[in-house]
Design a protein around this ligand. Structure first.
Ligand code: URP
Ligand code: ZN
Ligand code: ZN
Length: 474
Protein backbone atom coordinates (compact mmCIF):
# COMPACT_ATOMS: atom_id res chain seq x y z
CA UNK A 1 0.00 0.00 0.00
CA UNK A 2 1.44 3.39 -0.89
CA UNK A 3 1.99 5.99 1.86
CA UNK A 4 -0.70 8.59 2.47
CA UNK A 5 1.86 11.42 2.59
CA UNK A 6 5.03 12.16 0.64
CA UNK A 7 6.51 13.54 3.83
CA UNK A 8 5.61 13.52 7.51
CA UNK A 9 7.47 15.73 9.99
CA UNK A 10 6.87 14.26 13.41
CA UNK A 11 6.83 15.54 16.94
CA UNK A 12 8.21 19.04 16.46
CA UNK A 13 6.95 22.21 18.10
CA UNK A 14 5.13 23.91 15.24
CA UNK A 15 5.34 27.70 15.52
CA UNK A 16 3.38 30.30 13.58
CA UNK A 17 3.08 34.06 14.06
CA UNK A 18 0.04 33.39 16.25
CA UNK A 19 0.81 30.31 18.37
CA UNK A 20 2.82 27.16 19.00
CA UNK A 21 1.72 23.55 19.42
CA UNK A 22 3.02 20.02 19.03
CA UNK A 23 1.81 18.28 15.88
CA UNK A 24 2.83 16.10 12.98
CA UNK A 25 2.77 17.73 9.55
CA UNK A 26 1.69 15.80 6.47
CA UNK A 27 2.79 16.93 3.01
CA UNK A 28 1.53 15.86 -0.42
CA UNK A 29 2.89 17.30 -3.68
CA UNK A 30 4.76 20.06 -1.87
CA UNK A 31 1.70 21.33 -0.01
CA UNK A 32 0.69 20.90 3.65
CA UNK A 33 -2.36 18.60 3.76
CA UNK A 34 -2.55 17.68 7.44
CA UNK A 35 -1.61 19.03 10.86
CA UNK A 36 -2.54 16.60 13.62
CA UNK A 37 -1.24 14.22 16.25
CA UNK A 38 -0.11 10.74 15.19
CA UNK A 39 -0.47 11.01 11.41
CA UNK A 40 -0.11 7.77 9.43
CA UNK A 41 3.19 7.02 7.70
CA UNK A 42 4.81 9.10 5.00
CA UNK A 43 7.09 7.99 2.17
CA UNK A 44 9.69 10.15 3.92
CA UNK A 45 9.69 10.71 7.67
CA UNK A 46 11.55 13.40 9.59
CA UNK A 47 11.79 13.22 13.37
CA UNK A 48 11.64 16.78 14.72
CA UNK A 49 11.32 15.84 18.39
CA UNK A 50 12.98 18.51 20.52
CA UNK A 51 13.14 20.92 17.57
CA UNK A 52 11.00 23.82 16.37
CA UNK A 53 9.28 23.72 13.00
CA UNK A 54 8.90 27.26 11.67
CA UNK A 55 7.59 28.59 8.34
CA UNK A 56 10.49 28.92 5.89
CA UNK A 57 12.23 32.26 6.22
CA UNK A 58 11.27 34.94 3.71
CA UNK A 59 14.01 37.50 3.21
CA UNK A 60 12.18 40.42 1.64
CA UNK A 61 15.25 42.51 0.83
CA UNK A 62 18.26 41.01 -0.94
CA UNK A 63 20.49 42.10 -3.81
CA UNK A 64 21.81 39.40 -6.15
CA UNK A 65 23.80 39.73 -9.35
CA UNK A 66 22.93 43.39 -9.82
CA UNK A 67 24.84 45.42 -12.39
CA UNK A 68 26.96 48.16 -10.80
CA UNK A 69 27.98 51.47 -12.32
CA UNK A 70 31.47 51.73 -10.77
CA UNK A 71 33.29 48.59 -11.91
CA UNK A 72 32.80 46.70 -8.66
CA UNK A 73 31.26 43.25 -8.77
CA UNK A 74 28.56 41.77 -6.64
CA UNK A 75 29.79 38.66 -4.85
CA UNK A 76 26.56 36.65 -5.21
CA UNK A 77 24.69 35.51 -8.26
CA UNK A 78 21.40 33.63 -7.91
CA UNK A 79 23.16 30.31 -7.41
CA UNK A 80 25.39 31.34 -4.51
CA UNK A 81 22.91 33.84 -3.04
CA UNK A 82 20.01 31.38 -2.83
CA UNK A 83 22.38 28.64 -1.61
CA UNK A 84 23.38 30.91 1.24
CA UNK A 85 19.73 31.80 1.85
CA UNK A 86 18.78 28.11 2.09
CA UNK A 87 21.62 27.46 4.53
CA UNK A 88 20.27 30.28 6.69
CA UNK A 89 16.76 28.81 6.90
CA UNK A 90 15.13 30.73 4.05
CA UNK A 91 12.83 29.28 1.43
CA UNK A 92 11.99 32.50 -0.44
CA UNK A 93 14.00 35.64 -1.17
CA UNK A 94 12.94 38.89 -2.83
CA UNK A 95 15.78 40.44 -4.84
CA UNK A 96 15.71 43.65 -6.86
CA UNK A 97 15.61 44.15 -10.61
CA UNK A 98 17.76 47.26 -10.96
CA UNK A 99 16.65 49.63 -13.70
CA UNK A 100 19.64 51.54 -14.98
CA UNK A 101 18.97 55.04 -16.26
CA UNK A 102 17.95 55.04 -19.91
CA UNK A 103 16.96 51.35 -19.84
CA UNK A 104 13.56 49.82 -20.33
CA UNK A 105 12.28 48.39 -17.04
CA UNK A 106 10.69 45.47 -18.89
CA UNK A 107 14.03 44.61 -20.53
CA UNK A 108 15.73 44.71 -17.11
CA UNK A 109 13.09 42.33 -15.69
CA UNK A 110 13.60 39.92 -18.59
CA UNK A 111 17.38 40.05 -18.21
CA UNK A 112 17.02 39.30 -14.48
CA UNK A 113 14.84 36.29 -15.25
CA UNK A 114 17.57 34.97 -17.57
CA UNK A 115 20.06 35.24 -14.72
CA UNK A 116 17.76 33.50 -12.23
CA UNK A 117 16.43 30.75 -14.49
CA UNK A 118 17.74 27.34 -13.39
CA UNK A 119 19.96 28.90 -10.72
CA UNK A 120 17.81 29.09 -7.60
CA UNK A 121 17.83 26.77 -4.60
CA UNK A 122 14.98 28.75 -3.03
CA UNK A 123 11.93 30.40 -4.50
CA UNK A 124 12.41 34.01 -5.56
CA UNK A 125 10.11 36.93 -6.32
CA UNK A 126 11.36 40.16 -7.85
CA UNK A 127 10.92 43.70 -6.60
CA UNK A 128 11.92 46.39 -9.08
CA UNK A 129 13.99 49.56 -8.66
CA UNK A 130 12.69 52.56 -10.58
CA UNK A 131 15.62 54.87 -11.29
CA UNK A 132 14.38 56.44 -14.52
CA UNK A 133 10.69 57.32 -14.29
CA UNK A 134 10.29 58.35 -17.91
CA UNK A 135 6.79 58.84 -19.38
CA UNK A 136 7.16 55.43 -21.07
CA UNK A 137 8.05 53.74 -17.76
CA UNK A 138 5.35 55.48 -15.72
CA UNK A 139 2.66 55.35 -18.38
CA UNK A 140 3.12 51.86 -19.78
CA UNK A 141 5.90 49.65 -18.44
CA UNK A 142 5.30 49.98 -14.72
CA UNK A 143 1.51 49.51 -14.83
CA UNK A 144 1.91 46.47 -17.11
CA UNK A 145 4.58 44.94 -14.87
CA UNK A 146 2.46 45.41 -11.75
CA UNK A 147 -0.40 43.62 -13.50
CA UNK A 148 2.05 40.85 -14.44
CA UNK A 149 2.77 40.16 -10.75
CA UNK A 150 5.73 42.46 -9.98
CA UNK A 151 3.76 44.33 -7.36
CA UNK A 152 6.47 46.24 -5.47
CA UNK A 153 9.22 48.64 -6.42
CA UNK A 154 11.88 50.59 -4.63
CA UNK A 155 12.84 54.22 -5.08
CA UNK A 156 15.98 55.93 -3.82
CA UNK A 157 16.29 59.36 -2.23
CA UNK A 158 20.09 59.19 -2.44
CA UNK A 159 22.95 57.89 -4.64
CA UNK A 160 23.64 60.14 -7.65
CA UNK A 161 22.88 57.43 -10.20
CA UNK A 162 19.58 56.38 -8.57
CA UNK A 163 18.16 59.38 -6.71
CA UNK A 164 14.70 60.67 -7.67
CA UNK A 165 13.74 64.27 -7.03
CA UNK A 166 10.52 65.13 -5.22
CA UNK A 167 8.50 65.57 -8.42
CA UNK A 168 9.68 62.17 -9.63
CA UNK A 169 8.93 60.54 -6.27
CA UNK A 170 5.41 61.93 -6.36
CA UNK A 171 4.82 60.69 -9.90
CA UNK A 172 6.05 57.18 -9.02
CA UNK A 173 3.91 57.13 -5.85
CA UNK A 174 0.95 58.15 -7.97
CA UNK A 175 1.41 55.13 -10.27
CA UNK A 176 1.63 52.89 -7.18
CA UNK A 177 -1.67 54.28 -5.92
CA UNK A 178 -3.41 53.81 -9.27
CA UNK A 179 -2.04 50.33 -9.89
CA UNK A 180 -2.21 49.15 -6.27
CA UNK A 181 1.48 48.46 -5.93
CA UNK A 182 3.72 48.86 -2.92
CA UNK A 183 6.51 51.45 -2.92
CA UNK A 184 9.64 50.77 -0.89
CA UNK A 185 11.70 53.83 -0.03
CA UNK A 186 15.41 54.21 0.63
CA UNK A 187 15.06 57.28 2.80
CA UNK A 188 18.30 59.26 3.10
CA UNK A 189 18.59 62.85 1.91
CA UNK A 190 21.11 63.08 -0.91
CA UNK A 191 22.03 66.75 -0.55
CA UNK A 192 22.59 66.47 3.19
CA UNK A 193 24.89 63.48 2.66
CA UNK A 194 26.81 65.32 -0.07
CA UNK A 195 27.20 68.38 2.15
CA UNK A 196 28.59 66.23 4.98
CA UNK A 197 30.84 64.32 2.58
CA UNK A 198 32.43 67.51 1.25
CA UNK A 199 32.89 68.87 4.76
CA UNK A 200 34.55 65.69 6.00
CA UNK A 201 36.79 65.38 2.95
CA UNK A 202 37.88 69.01 3.33
CA UNK A 203 38.96 68.15 6.87
CA UNK A 204 40.97 65.19 5.51
CA UNK A 205 38.53 62.70 7.00
CA UNK A 206 38.42 60.09 4.25
CA UNK A 207 38.67 56.72 6.08
CA UNK A 208 35.70 54.30 5.79
CA UNK A 209 34.56 55.29 9.29
CA UNK A 210 33.50 58.72 8.03
CA UNK A 211 30.84 57.09 5.87
CA UNK A 212 28.90 56.76 9.13
CA UNK A 213 29.23 60.49 9.85
CA UNK A 214 28.37 61.54 6.30
CA UNK A 215 25.22 59.41 6.35
CA UNK A 216 23.93 61.18 9.46
CA UNK A 217 20.73 60.02 11.12
CA UNK A 218 19.38 63.55 10.58
CA UNK A 219 19.49 62.93 6.82
CA UNK A 220 17.60 59.68 7.31
CA UNK A 221 15.00 61.35 9.55
CA UNK A 222 14.42 64.20 7.10
CA UNK A 223 14.03 61.87 4.11
CA UNK A 224 11.74 59.53 6.05
CA UNK A 225 9.46 62.44 6.88
CA UNK A 226 9.56 63.67 3.27
CA UNK A 227 8.69 60.20 1.94
CA UNK A 228 5.83 59.96 4.43
CA UNK A 229 4.54 63.40 3.40
CA UNK A 230 4.61 62.41 -0.27
CA UNK A 231 2.77 59.20 0.60
CA UNK A 232 0.15 61.20 2.51
CA UNK A 233 -0.31 63.60 -0.38
CA UNK A 234 -0.67 60.84 -2.94
CA UNK A 235 -2.62 58.59 -0.56
CA UNK A 236 -0.50 55.50 -1.06
CA UNK A 237 0.98 52.94 1.37
CA UNK A 238 4.79 52.91 1.62
CA UNK A 239 7.46 50.72 3.18
CA UNK A 240 10.43 52.52 4.69
CA UNK A 241 13.26 50.01 4.30
CA UNK A 242 16.45 49.48 6.32
CA UNK A 243 15.51 51.83 9.19
CA UNK A 244 18.58 52.35 11.38
CA UNK A 245 17.50 54.11 14.58
CA UNK A 246 15.21 56.19 16.75
CA UNK A 247 14.89 59.36 14.64
CA UNK A 248 13.37 57.77 11.51
CA UNK A 249 11.32 55.45 13.75
CA UNK A 250 9.69 58.48 15.38
CA UNK A 251 8.61 59.72 11.96
CA UNK A 252 7.04 56.35 11.20
CA UNK A 253 5.24 56.35 14.55
CA UNK A 254 4.08 59.92 13.89
CA UNK A 255 2.51 58.82 10.61
CA UNK A 256 0.91 55.71 12.06
CA UNK A 257 -0.71 57.75 14.84
CA UNK A 258 -2.40 59.72 12.07
CA UNK A 259 -3.71 56.54 10.50
CA UNK A 260 -1.30 56.41 7.61
CA UNK A 261 -0.26 53.14 6.06
CA UNK A 262 3.47 53.37 6.62
CA UNK A 263 5.29 50.05 7.02
CA UNK A 264 8.82 49.59 8.27
CA UNK A 265 11.72 47.22 7.84
CA UNK A 266 14.91 46.91 9.86
CA UNK A 267 17.95 44.66 9.46
CA UNK A 268 20.58 42.69 11.45
CA UNK A 269 23.25 45.39 11.04
CA UNK A 270 21.16 47.76 13.18
CA UNK A 271 21.07 45.39 16.15
CA UNK A 272 24.44 43.62 15.81
CA UNK A 273 26.83 46.34 14.59
CA UNK A 274 27.57 49.95 15.50
CA UNK A 275 29.37 52.74 13.71
CA UNK A 276 32.45 51.88 15.75
CA UNK A 277 32.80 48.76 13.62
CA UNK A 278 33.55 51.08 10.71
CA UNK A 279 36.70 52.16 12.57
CA UNK A 280 38.26 48.79 11.66
CA UNK A 281 41.59 48.40 13.41
CA UNK A 282 42.58 51.89 14.39
CA UNK A 283 40.65 53.68 11.61
CA UNK A 284 42.14 51.52 8.86
CA UNK A 285 40.51 50.24 5.68
CA UNK A 286 39.09 47.13 7.41
CA UNK A 287 36.20 49.42 8.31
CA UNK A 288 35.03 49.19 4.69
CA UNK A 289 33.71 45.70 5.50
CA UNK A 290 30.88 47.36 7.44
CA UNK A 291 30.01 50.19 5.04
CA UNK A 292 26.33 50.09 4.19
CA UNK A 293 23.57 52.68 3.97
CA UNK A 294 22.10 53.75 6.25
CA UNK A 295 25.10 52.88 8.42
CA UNK A 296 24.92 51.09 11.77
CA UNK A 297 24.50 53.70 14.54
CA UNK A 298 25.09 53.43 18.31
CA UNK A 299 23.87 51.51 21.35
CA UNK A 300 20.94 53.92 21.90
CA UNK A 301 19.81 53.26 18.34
CA UNK A 302 20.11 49.52 18.91
CA UNK A 303 17.89 49.86 21.98
CA UNK A 304 15.37 51.83 19.92
CA UNK A 305 15.36 49.16 17.21
CA UNK A 306 14.62 46.50 19.86
CA UNK A 307 11.69 48.58 21.13
CA UNK A 308 10.41 48.79 17.57
CA UNK A 309 10.83 45.07 16.96
CA UNK A 310 8.81 44.40 20.11
CA UNK A 311 6.09 47.02 19.83
CA UNK A 312 5.20 46.53 16.16
CA UNK A 313 6.86 49.66 14.75
CA UNK A 314 8.73 47.19 12.55
CA UNK A 315 6.79 44.83 10.36
CA UNK A 316 9.72 43.16 8.69
CA UNK A 317 13.23 42.04 9.59
CA UNK A 318 15.15 41.62 6.32
CA UNK A 319 18.86 41.25 5.64
CA UNK A 320 19.48 43.90 2.93
CA UNK A 321 22.02 41.31 1.77
CA UNK A 322 24.18 43.30 -0.65
CA UNK A 323 27.38 41.28 -0.93
CA UNK A 324 30.69 42.60 -2.21
CA UNK A 325 34.10 41.01 -1.98
CA UNK A 326 36.45 42.82 0.34
CA UNK A 327 39.51 41.81 -1.63
CA UNK A 328 39.03 41.00 -5.30
CA UNK A 329 41.19 41.28 -8.43
CA UNK A 330 41.18 44.37 -10.67
CA UNK A 331 39.71 46.68 -8.06
CA UNK A 332 36.31 44.96 -8.17
CA UNK A 333 35.95 44.62 -4.38
CA UNK A 334 35.37 47.06 -1.55
CA UNK A 335 39.12 47.45 -1.23
CA UNK A 336 39.86 49.30 -4.45
CA UNK A 337 42.18 52.15 -5.36
CA UNK A 338 39.45 54.78 -5.60
CA UNK A 339 37.81 53.71 -2.33
CA UNK A 340 41.15 54.18 -0.58
CA UNK A 341 41.02 57.88 -1.53
CA UNK A 342 37.63 58.48 0.13
CA UNK A 343 34.88 56.64 1.95
CA UNK A 344 32.47 57.97 -0.66
CA UNK A 345 33.76 55.44 -3.20
CA UNK A 346 33.44 52.35 -0.96
CA UNK A 347 30.68 50.12 -2.36
CA UNK A 348 27.69 50.28 -0.03
CA UNK A 349 26.36 46.98 1.26
CA UNK A 350 27.19 43.95 3.37
CA UNK A 351 26.34 40.24 3.17
CA UNK A 352 23.77 38.81 5.60
CA UNK A 353 21.13 36.55 4.06
CA UNK A 354 22.48 33.46 5.86
CA UNK A 355 22.94 35.08 9.26
CA UNK A 356 19.70 37.13 9.38
CA UNK A 357 17.52 34.56 11.14
CA UNK A 358 20.20 33.21 13.54
CA UNK A 359 21.12 36.73 14.67
CA UNK A 360 17.51 37.76 15.36
CA UNK A 361 16.74 34.43 17.00
CA UNK A 362 19.79 34.54 19.25
CA UNK A 363 19.67 38.21 20.20
CA UNK A 364 15.88 38.32 20.24
CA UNK A 365 14.36 34.99 21.26
CA UNK A 366 17.25 33.32 23.13
CA UNK A 367 17.99 36.55 25.00
CA UNK A 368 14.31 37.03 25.91
CA UNK A 369 13.72 40.26 23.99
CA UNK A 370 10.99 38.98 21.65
CA UNK A 371 8.73 35.94 21.56
CA UNK A 372 9.20 33.11 19.09
CA UNK A 373 5.84 34.03 17.50
CA UNK A 374 7.09 37.57 16.92
CA UNK A 375 10.26 36.13 15.39
CA UNK A 376 8.13 34.17 12.91
CA UNK A 377 6.03 37.25 12.14
CA UNK A 378 9.09 39.42 11.45
CA UNK A 379 11.07 36.89 9.42
CA UNK A 380 8.34 35.11 7.47
CA UNK A 381 4.62 35.84 7.97
CA UNK A 382 4.68 39.64 7.73
CA UNK A 383 6.87 39.77 4.60
CA UNK A 384 4.51 37.23 2.99
CA UNK A 385 1.46 39.27 3.98
CA UNK A 386 2.84 42.66 3.02
CA UNK A 387 4.21 41.63 -0.36
CA UNK A 388 1.33 39.45 -1.52
CA UNK A 389 2.59 35.91 -0.94
CA UNK A 390 0.29 34.95 1.95
CA UNK A 391 -1.08 32.33 2.69
CA UNK A 392 0.80 30.33 0.06
CA UNK A 393 3.95 31.35 1.93
CA UNK A 394 4.70 32.57 5.43
CA UNK A 395 2.67 30.19 7.58
CA UNK A 396 2.14 26.56 8.51
CA UNK A 397 -1.44 25.72 7.58
CA UNK A 398 -3.29 23.21 5.49
CA UNK A 399 -3.09 24.37 1.87
CA UNK A 400 0.11 26.41 2.30
CA UNK A 401 3.36 25.45 0.59
CA UNK A 402 5.38 22.98 2.65
CA UNK A 403 8.21 25.44 3.32
CA UNK A 404 9.88 24.98 6.70
CA UNK A 405 12.96 25.78 8.64
CA UNK A 406 13.59 23.22 11.36
CA UNK A 407 15.27 25.06 14.16
CA UNK A 408 17.49 23.84 16.99
CA UNK A 409 16.90 26.50 19.65
CA UNK A 410 19.81 25.26 21.77
CA UNK A 411 22.51 24.90 19.16
CA UNK A 412 25.43 27.22 19.80
CA UNK A 413 27.36 28.39 16.77
CA UNK A 414 30.19 30.84 16.28
CA UNK A 415 29.60 32.68 13.00
CA UNK A 416 32.68 32.37 10.85
CA UNK A 417 33.30 32.98 7.17
CA UNK A 418 34.31 29.34 6.62
CA UNK A 419 30.93 27.94 7.69
CA UNK A 420 28.91 30.24 5.41
CA UNK A 421 27.79 29.59 1.84
CA UNK A 422 27.71 33.09 0.33
CA UNK A 423 30.07 34.37 -2.36
CA UNK A 424 31.64 37.13 -0.25
CA UNK A 425 35.13 36.62 1.12
CA UNK A 426 34.14 37.85 4.60
CA UNK A 427 31.25 38.18 7.02
CA UNK A 428 30.74 41.34 9.10
CA UNK A 429 29.61 39.04 11.93
CA UNK A 430 32.88 37.07 12.19
CA UNK A 431 33.27 35.62 15.70
CA UNK A 432 29.73 36.39 16.85
CA UNK A 433 28.33 33.62 19.05
CA UNK A 434 24.71 32.73 18.57
CA UNK A 435 22.30 30.35 20.27
CA UNK A 436 19.77 28.82 17.88
CA UNK A 437 20.46 27.65 14.34
CA UNK A 438 18.52 26.21 11.38
CA UNK A 439 19.33 22.51 11.01
CA UNK A 440 17.10 21.74 8.04
CA UNK A 441 15.41 23.83 5.33
CA UNK A 442 12.52 22.34 3.38
CA UNK A 443 11.20 23.89 0.16
CA UNK A 444 7.81 22.64 -1.02
CA UNK A 445 8.34 19.33 0.76
CA UNK A 446 11.95 18.72 -0.27
CA UNK A 447 14.95 19.12 2.03
CA UNK A 448 17.28 21.66 0.47
CA UNK A 449 19.67 22.04 3.45
CA UNK A 450 20.47 19.56 6.20
CA UNK A 451 23.02 20.16 8.97
CA UNK A 452 24.78 22.84 6.93
CA UNK A 453 24.96 20.77 3.72
CA UNK A 454 23.06 21.89 0.65
CA UNK A 455 21.02 18.92 -0.52
CA UNK A 456 18.68 20.74 -2.88
CA UNK A 457 18.83 21.23 -6.58
CA UNK A 458 19.49 24.69 -7.96
CA UNK A 459 16.85 24.22 -10.64
CA UNK A 460 14.07 23.75 -8.07
CA UNK A 461 13.55 27.36 -6.99
CA UNK A 462 10.73 29.08 -8.86
CA UNK A 463 9.90 32.72 -9.51
CA UNK A 464 6.66 33.74 -7.75
CA UNK A 465 4.32 36.26 -9.27
CA UNK A 466 2.46 38.16 -6.61
CA UNK A 467 -0.97 39.65 -6.03
CA UNK A 468 -2.85 40.95 -3.03
CA UNK A 469 -5.75 38.49 -3.16
CA UNK A 470 -4.69 36.80 0.11
CA UNK A 471 -4.57 39.78 2.46
CA UNK A 472 -5.83 42.60 0.25
CA UNK A 473 -3.86 45.64 -0.85
CA UNK A 474 -2.60 47.38 2.27
O1 URP B 1 24.22 49.78 1.64
C1 URP B 1 23.25 49.23 1.19
N1 URP B 1 22.15 49.13 1.87
N2 URP B 1 23.33 48.72 -0.03
C2 URP B 1 22.30 48.05 -0.70
C3 URP B 1 21.49 48.96 -1.52
C4 URP B 1 20.38 49.52 -0.71
O2 URP B 1 20.34 50.71 -0.56
O3 URP B 1 19.54 48.78 -0.24
ZN1 ZN C 1 18.43 51.03 0.10
ZN1 ZN D 1 19.09 47.06 -0.14
Amino acid sequence: MSAQYDLVIRGGTVVTAADQFTADIGVVDGVITALAAKLPGGAEEIDATGLMVLPGGIDAHVHLDQPTSDGTKMADDFESGTRSAAAGGNTTVLPFVMQQKGSSLRACVEEYHRKAEGNCYTDVSFHMVVSDPSPQVLGQELPALVRDGYTSFKVFMTYDDLVLNDAELLSVFDVARREKALVMVHAEGNDAIKYMTTRLETEGKTAPYYHAEAHAQIAEREATHRAISHAQLTDVPVVIVHVSGRDPMEQIQWARKRGMKVFAETCPQYIALTKDDLKGLNMDFEGAKYVCSPPPRDSDSQAAIWEGLRDGTFDIFASDHCPFYFDAPQDTGKDNARARTSFKWVPNGIPGVETRMPILFSEGVSNGRISIERFVALTSSNPAKLYGLYPQKGTIAVGSDADFTIWDANKKVTIRQDILHHGSDYTPYEGMQVTGWPVRTILRGETIMHEGKITGDRTRGAHLKRDFSGMGYP
